[in-house]
Structures are given as C-alpha cells and as structure tokens.
Design a protein around this ligand. Structure first.
Ligand code: NAP
Length: 488
C-alpha cells in the first residue's frame, strides 16, 4: 500500500483562496505546504470559465492580490483570460507552482486525533496537520432536469463548459437563465447568431459601469508611481463599501440605484412591453445586482427575443416555455449557475469522534467567523459559509480570512498548541447573530428566491456587514475563540 505523504499544511484548490493561503503561510515561515488541484493548472474560476465575454464584475485594481497589485491591467474590468494570466504570473513569481500537485481531487479527509488523512480520487494519500479548503462554491455546473430534454438532437452545454469548437454563427440559440454569466455571454453570441431566445425566469437588475481601456501612458504611470495602483484600489474599495447601504435598504442608496437602473433601461429599450418584462419583481439587491453596459442594448436587438418564462419542456428541437410559448432552436446554452449550498456540504470530511460534515451541517451550513467548524480541528474554510458578498470584492474577504488563519497558526506554534477548533458556544453565538442580521435583510425579505439560500430558505452564504467590519472582526479575534483539540 502506498504510504501517505506527510505535509504540515495541505491546501485544496489553487484559485485566489488557495494561492493567497500558500503565499501568506510561507511569509509566516510555514515552509512545508502542498496544494492539491483537480485540474492541470492553477486558476480556479478563471481557468474554468472561458465563455465569450467572461470578465470580472469587480474592477481589476480591486480584484487583485493585495501584495501583487498589477500596474498593467488593460481595462477597468479585466476579462477572464487576463485575470487567469495574472494569477499564473503571481504563482510563478511566488514559486507556487512547485507546491501544486495537479490532477488530484480530494475525495475524503479524516481527522485521526492529531492529523488529517486525505485521499484523492486518483489514489494519492496525504497526511497533514492543517487542512485548508480553498475550493470555492461556484464550480459544479447546475443543469436543471427538464422533461424531454433527452430528445434534443443539437449541441447543448453549460456556460462553464463552453464548446469553443462550435461556431454559433447563423444558429438559432436558446439561452436558459439571466444570471451573472448569461449577462456577459449573451451580448457576445448575439453578434453572430441568427437568433437568440432568452428564457428569463426572473429579471435581474443590471446597472451600467464605468468600463473602458486603461491607456498605455496610465499603465506606465502605474509602474513609475507604484502607490497609484494602491491608491486606485483604496478608492474603489471605499466606493464599493458605500454600496453596502443599498443592501441595508438606506433610502438614498436604494433610490439612487433604482434611478440609475431605470435610466439605463429606458435609454436602451423603447418598447414599454419589453421594459415591463425586464423589470425585476423584487427589491433591488435581493438577487445579485449585475453590471453591464451592453445587456439592455443587446435585448433590444432584432435577433434577440426575451421570453419572460422558464424552460418547461423539450420535444426534439422544440422548447416549451412555462407560459406555453414554443420555439425551435439548434443549440441550447445553460446559464443556470452552480450547485452552491449543496456543493460544500457534499464533501466527505470526518472530524472528531466520527462527526461528519454532513451531520454537523444537517440544519444548514455554518462556520465560525465563516472559517472554522466545531468538531473539525485545524480545518479552515476559505470563502466558507457567510463570507459571500453582494457589494464588494471577495478577494478582500479571502485576505482577511487568510491573515486570521496564519495568525492563529503562528500563535499555536508559539504556545505549543498542535490543534484547535472553535469553541462551540462561540460558533453558536456567531451563527445566531448572523442569521438575526440576515433575517430582515433584502436578501431574505426582498421578495426573491436566490442561490444565496438553501433548500429551506436559510441564507448560509452571505456576510451581512461591510468588508471593513469583517476585516476588523477577523483581526480582533484570537485564540480565545478556539479550544485545543482533545487527543483521541
Ligand atoms: P446564477 O446567477 O445562479 O443564474 C442562474 C440563472 O439561471 C438565473 O437567471 C435563474 O433564474 C436561471 N435558471 C435556473 N434554472 C432555470 C430554469 N429551469 N429555467 C429558466 N431559468 C433558470 O448563475 P451564473 O450566472 O452562472 O452566476 C453564478 C454566480 O457566479 C454569480 O452570481 C456570481 O457570483 C458568479 N459570477 C461572477 C461573475 C463576475 O464577474 N464576478 C461572472 C459570472 C458569474 P432565477 O433567477 O429565476 O432562479
């Protein structure tokens, strides 16, 4: 039998979370680190999502590693490939590729009293003192089960599994869904497809954004005056923090956003009936607020039809919408999002006394400070429950988490503590506080159903406060939040 490879810190995933963790742990003097990555390259979301128009809806100077600001961003909102190349450059400069074990998917992890025993689908065994999950929540494509879809003869694929060899020019295409991904790729495919039929079950709020190329002279300036990208990041961060007020229902912020949205809709769409169809039936902020300058102009095109309905059934090439409309298409593209709350809970992890993650989360996902779970010593979730955001960049949440985790590991080293898990009462208090704050929030009471919620309507996904509040809280929290793990 193959012996387990021993390592101090084992990180799962090499997206923003995994790479940030590896970088910071090294800076703190933890040298014995390995990263397991299921694919053959680093990059997470930005390696996987390659659909036309893929870009980040957070400005690039904010959506960057704090220690590796990029003076060369070519546009205000960089495309997916540019972000991926940036991540690869950072990983190369930091020597992180050497830590990566590609083609290794974690299958299970078991706490054995002092260490995590990890097995991969591909058959590797690992033994680690500390296990860090950087797997994120938006990577398992969700394709709804639509009656009769098996009879559809044409190509069909999910936005995260784009078929680049398929030329959509002159094709009749149906897109199911109008979330963040569809809002980015529909304007691109509508340029060449014969016709695009959009199945819009629920209209999103889509706001304009200050997008555009960053000129070469400005990039040069960023090189000469390195404080400039940092200043830019600081300003964008603070502007985005102000957006939190909209999610808290502050009238000045809600009214301002609604005015901006309506102006953009009316500027692009003349037809009052289509304006009605594109008017969301819930409070702004309840679902993720999207940003695009070409969404509404695209829907006004002659070769685009918006059906205000979900997809109900398929019979050969004919798709039937929930309002009974029938449409014949050549290609179906699913813009239907990802398994979110169920993807984390499905990981096979067993903590102290045989407690499984599924048992621990039978009443819903939770994690103390969004990062640790009672009964699971030395296991840290990056972008775990309650760390998602509606208003700002999650990169800053990851950085706050990683700084906290590294500080805890350092304190343990200094005090000779091998393993910690959160105090159950601290975790209960945290969860009660977060749920109470979320209960009255727009995400829970704004009149929508969203992927932020689980099947019981509980919201295990979002952080209700500002990023600054989370940063402060993570900074102030120390070992008093934890208890040493009991030896078994
Ligand atoms: P999503 O936001 O979950 O959107 C899924 C869409 O599919 C929704 O419009 C949903 O409608 C629709 N849908 C699901 N089942 C359907 C059915 N049976 N019939 C018709 N419509 C159906 O997924 P996504 O667009 O892939 O985005 C997921 C998340 O990824 C985003 O919220 C964001 O966090 C992230 N993302 C980020 C960026 C970025 O730039 N940072 C870009 C892309 C994605 P309902 O609204 O009615 O449920």
């Amino acid at each position: 039998m193959m012996a387990a490879r021993e390592v101090d810190i084992l990180i799962i995933g090499s997206g923003f979370s995994g790479l940030t963790m590896a970088m910071e742990a090294r800076r703190r003097g933890f040298a014995d680190i390995a990263i397991l990555e299921k694919a053959d390259d680093i990059g997470g979301t930005w390696r996987e999502n390659t659909y036309p128009g893929v870009a980040c809806d957070v400005p690039s100077h904010l959506y960057s590693f704090a220690r590796h600001l990029n003076p060369d961003w070519s546009t205000s909102y960089a495309g997916g490939n540019e972000i991926w190349m940036y991540m690869r450059n950072v990983a190369r400069d930091e020597g992180l590729f050497e830590l990566c074990h590609f083609g290794q998917t974690m299958q299970s992890a078991r706490w054995t009293g002092s260490r995590w025993q990890v097995e991969t689908v591909e058959g590797q065994k690992w033994s680690a003192r500390v296990l860090v999950s950087g797997i994120g929540a938006l990577h398992i494509p969700l394709i709804p089960d639509v009656p009769g879809f098996f009879s559809f003869p044409g190509p069909s694929f999910h936005s995260a599994e784009w078929e680049h060899d398929l030329n959509l020019t002159g094709k009749h295409v149906a897109v199911i869904g109008t979330g963040a991904s569809a809002v980015q790729f529909i304007p691109e495919i509508a340029k060449t497809a014969a016709h695009v039929t959009v199945f819009q079950r629920t209209a999103p709020y889509v706001l304009p954004r200050p997008d555009g190329p960053i000129r070469t002279w400005m990039q040069r300036l960023h090189h000469w005056l390195p404080f400039l990208p940092r200043l830019r990041r600081y300003v964008i961060f603070n502007l985005f923090e102000i957006r939190h007020a909209m999610f808290m229902g502050k009238p000045w912020a809600v009214n301002g956003a609604m005015k901006m949205w309506r102006k953009e809709l009316e500027r692009s769409i003349d037809d009052p009936q289509l304006q009605d169809v594109l008017t969301p039936p819930y409070q702004i902020g309840c679902k993720r607020v999207l940003s695009s300058n070409d969404w509404y102009p695209t829907l006004a095109r002659k070769n685009v039809t918006v059906l205000p309905a979900g997809l109900n059934g398929v019979s050969y090439k004919t798709l039937t919408a929930s309002d009974g409309t029938e449409v014949e298409v050549d290609v179906v593209i699913w813009g239907t999002g990802f398994h979110v709350t169920d993807s984390l809970a499905s990981i096979d992890i067993t903590g102290e006394n045989g407690l499984t993650l599924q048992d621990s989360w039978k009443d819903g996902l939770q994690a103390h400070l969004g990062t640790t779970n009672a009964g699971f010593p030395n296991l840290f979730f990056l972008l775990g429950p309650h760390t998602g955001l509606g208003h700002n960049s999650v990169v800053l949440m990851i950085e706050a988490q990683v700084a906290h985790v590294c500080r805890m590991l350092d304190a343990m080293r200094q005090q000779g503590i091998d393993a910690i898990a959160p105090r159950p009462e601290a975790q209960v208090a945290f969860e009660q506080e977060i749920q109470a704050r979320l209960n009255d929030s727009v995400w829970q009471a704004g009149g929508c159903v969203s992927w932020y919620q689980d099947e019981n309507g509980r919201n295990p996904t979002l952080w209700p406060g500002t990023v600054r509040e989370y940063q402060r809280r993570m900074k102030r929290s120390g070992l008093e939040q934890y208890q040493p793990a009991k030896a078994e």
